[in-house]
Design a binder for this molecule. Sequence first.
Ligand code: HSE
Length: 304
Amino acid sequence: NEVKVFCPATIANLSCGFDVLGLCLDNVGDEMIVRKSAEKGVRITKIEGANLPLEAEKNVAGVALLAMLEELESNADFDPIAIGFEIEIYKHIKAGSGIGSSAASSAGAVFGANELLGNPFSRKELVKFAMQGEKLASGNAHADNVAPALLGGFTLVRSSNPLDIIKIDSPNELFATVIHPQIELKTSDARSVLKQTVSLKSAITQWGNVGGLVAGLYTQDYDLIGRSLHDEIVEPLRSVLIPGFDLIKQSAYENGALGSGISGSGPSIFALSRGKETAEKIAKGMSAVYDKMNLPYEIHVCKV
Ligand code: HSE
């Protein structure tokens, strides 16, 4: 009657794929306990590790799960009276870190409840509900964090309306290094600095890179992955909000990264590399940059 869920952190955008590409980290995430309850609706009974609202309607996990319950209630096979859940949330991913803190909670809640109900929804179908949590958190229902959190590996959101998610298998030796300078950057603020239009020239560069990155992932072509990890649309506008961004990126390349950029809406910065050894070397280099700046940080090396 209860499940313990690991709710993974994710890296959205991956440079060229703003709002469409994302990947799942294997060893960074929250924990959540989802329990069936006799009482209808959603109750969040405990939150540890973050100061977040317990009211279901104000909490991303609650909102995502309520969206799922609403759909179930319109389904004749389910007795709505019998459907209620309690959630305990143990946050390890900091809010405003750029590695999908709200997505982890939204995805974890619907994943856990779906398991307890015998999986009436596919993982792809769950994305739609989890996106409602993202809408609450940032004002925008993007799926590029919740999709990899629910499906694992890399995902491409080909379309969000109607929803069309494609799971892309990760190349065997691909690793991510992610450094989080300990400042909070709200996704809504990081979205407010963006321009609403792009030039045709930039668009051509960007979709060339997105195509190249996806092709590189499918063919395990690490050089092509590296050549494609660029973003001339969003990164220049957001990177100014991140302390030491250029130095961190430079250090990642010097230590062998295939590519490096802003993780999600920042302030975390990611680098992708071939092999764990290189990913760890990059982590050392990045750490040295922030050590020198006297800036506290958290750093992770993950298989993707
Ligand atoms: N694609 C979103 C953004 C991700 O960059 O605003 C937010 O985590």
